[in-house]
Each structure stands twice: as C-alpha cells, then as structure tokens.
Design a protein around this ligand. Structure first.
Ligand code: 13P
Ligand code: SF4
Length: 354
C-alpha cells in the first residue's frame, strides 16, 4: 500500500567529519580527577551511552553513574537524585533527560552531537504526516526531537519497540512509524502490524553489508552474529540475535559462542569485552565491495563527546538543554507511556506471549 502522504523518499543526511578525542595518559588522569571534583561540587551524575568513548564510559561507572542503552539512560537519569544530569550521548538523549526531569540541570559535553534519524524527521513534516492519517496512532523512535515526541502518541526505544507495537497491534490500532525505516520494517515484520514508515536511517547501521557479512560468517563458523535493528533487512536476516545495545551485550555474556560478529557501533566493544573477557569480538563489515559508509561502524556525533569538553562545561557552564514547556509537557506523556509499559511488562502486568 502506498501512503497518501508523500513521505520523503530517503532524506540525505551528511554526517560531520569523525573527530575523536586523543589524550595522553597524564592528560586523561588529570582531566578525570578535575571532572570528579567538579561533579561532586555540582551534585552531578554522568549517564553515558555505550557508543561514547571508553574514557567517558569508565568515568560514568567510577562516579556512580551509568553506561547503558537509551531506554535505561532515561530510566536511570529519572530515578537518580542528583541535581545535575550530564548526558554523554546525542542530543535526543539529553532532551529525553530534560523532558523527564524539568527541575534538573541537564548538560551535554557537546550540544551539536545530533543523530541522522533525528535530523531526517523535522517536526513540521512529521506533523503533516500525522495530519494526513488521523486514523492511525503515531509511534516514534526515541531518536527524534522533543517536538516530534510531543506530536507522537508513543515513543519507543529499540529495546522495547517490538513489544509496544505488538501490544498496539493486538488492541487493533493501525500505526504510523518514524523515523527509522529499517527498525520500522523489522518491527512491522515481527509484529504483523499495519504500519506506514517514515524513510529515515542511521548512517552508521545502514552501512553494514550483507554479502560481506555472509563471507565473514563462513570464515568464522563458531561465531554468533549480533545485529542492531537499525541495520538493513538483509543484514538482520543473517543475525542470531537482533536487539538493542544492552540486549547485544547480554548476548555476548550469556551465549556459549567463543566468537561474535557485531553489527553495531564499535564503541560497544568496550563494554562487551568487560562483560565477557576472553570472547573474540569481530566488527561486521562496512567496507569491501559496494562500500558506502562515511562513518564506518562508529557514530561521528557520539564521537563529539569527550573528557576535555566535559571538563570545560563543568568549569565554564553552558551546554544546558532547554525545552519549551508546552512541548516538554506533551513529549513527557508519550515517553511516560513507554516507561510505564516497560514497568508493567517487567512486573508481569502485561502479557505479550510470543
Ligand atoms: P539503543 O537504544 O539500542 O542504545 O540505540 C540507540 C542508538 O542510537 C543506536 O544507534
Ligand atoms: Fe543516531 Fe545512528 Fe548515531 Fe545512533 S548511531 S545516534 S542512530 S546516527
């Protein structure tokens, strides 16, 4: 079925150049010590995504913060009593923290750290998409702006998208989905829901190559293939496990395989190595024949986060997230539905079966 609304065929998003922080051992130690002091003085906690640098992930854990997927980042920041939340990740993660915690100061090392999915879904175009389909509930991926979340009926992360869509489908709803076409297509296939998909994509995951992955898998017959669902369907089809970043780390920890081929941002390897020392981790291919990747297996926006920038923010101030109150309050409703659903499901109050 072709949508009545002209969904952008495939928005072209140009990622920024990859610039990763390089520190000497002494610089790293000095920066971490300074940041720890400033965090104590400012009653701050650090919440970092798995794709950020090993330095930020280590600092988060050393200071009582958390390193996690976007769902747990939202939950942890909300439950933590600190007055300042430092979000090391991309803009939508900082915005989600602010939406849930308006009374807290939410800062990020670099406010320009964006996401190709968020950029591909401007709020006015998304509103027109919804207006053209008043008979459908709108479900948006967390990788969207506060304004898009405010217009949506539901917000989901990759860790819970399939469960929520299944639930809505069972209740008889037809859906609009934005912005990730690959995750949307995956969720539509496993839920059987009637969904019209926005056509955004992740510049990192879209670059994984199925043919090269098949060859690599043949060379490593003992390896399990782990795939984040922002990847193309041809890559997902080769997966032993499809899941959010946390679900993929759990797979490395719990599966008996000695080797894993991993189709997601390679920042996750830091945590995977810690979770399962001794297991062999191999990056899924983005290069080779037909290579198109600009930021091969690493997100250039996530790489904008670093210790130097974090120290500067805590010393000089700035880089605070602000969201207009009417947008924040409406976005809160659709995020809260997801958090409530997650809590209900965990407590067995919602049964999804298979
Ligand atoms: P997760 O929710 O799985 O951490 O994914 C966030 C993201 O941006 C993946 O590219
Ligand atoms: Fe966005 Fe992709 Fe970067 Fe995740 S990895 S933040 S989806 S561009």
């Amino acid at each position: 079925m072709s949508p009545a609304f002209p969904v952008p065929l495939k928005p072209v998003i140009q990622p920024p150049p990859m610039v990763e922080e390089v520190l000497s051992g002494d610089e790293r130690a000095a920066l971490k010590a300074r940041i720890k002091t400033l965090m104590k003085q400012q009653d701050a906690v650090l919440v970092a995504h798995y794709y950020t640098s090993a330095d930020l992930q280590d600092l988060a854990e050393e200071t009582g913060g958390c390193v996690s997927d976007s769902l747990e980042m939202a939950r942890f920041g909300h439950a933590h009593p600190a007055k300042t939340l430092i979000v090391a990740g991309v803009k939508f993660m900082g915005e989600t923290a602010k939406i849930l915690n308006p009374e807290k100061r939410v800062v990020m090392p670099d406010l320009a750290a964006d996401c190709s999915l968020d950029l591909a879904c401007p709020a006015d175009e998304f509103a027109a998409f919804c207006d053209a389909h008043p008979d459908r509930l709108s479900v948006v991926y967390a990788n969207t702006s506060a304004a898009v979340k405010a217009r949506a009926d539901w917000v989901v992360t990759s860790g819970i998208a399939a469960k929520i869509v299944k639930h809505l489908h069972r209740q008889g709803h037809k859906l609009l989905w934005a912005p990730d076409r690959h995750l949307g297509d995956y969720v539509r296939r496993i839920s059987g829901a009637d969904m019209i998909l926005w056509q955004g994509s992740c510049v990192v995951h879209e670059a994984f190559k199925a043919e090269a992955l098949k060859k690599l898998r043949a060379e490593h017959p003992n390896a399990a293939v782990l795939v984040h669902p922002e990847s193309p369907a041809s890559v997902i089809a080769l997966a032993d496990v499809v899941g959010s970043t946390t679900q993929l780390i759990d797979a490395v920890r719990t599966l008996p395989h000695p080797e894993f081929i991993v189709a997601t941002d390679n920042g996750i390897f830091h945590k995977m190595h810690a979770a399962a020392p001794g297991k062999i981790l191999i990056e899924a291919p983005t290069a080779g024949e037909g290579a198109t990747c600009v930021s091969c297996a690493h997100c250039p926006w996530m790489a904008m986060n670093g210790l130097r920038k974090l120290a500067a923010v805590l010393e000089k101030g700035g880089n605070e997230i602000h969201i207009e109150e009417s947008i924040r309050a409406r976005a809160r409703l659709s995020i809260q539905k997801m958090l409530d659903f997650a809590a209900d499901e965990k407590a067995g109050r919602i049964q999804l079966g298979d």
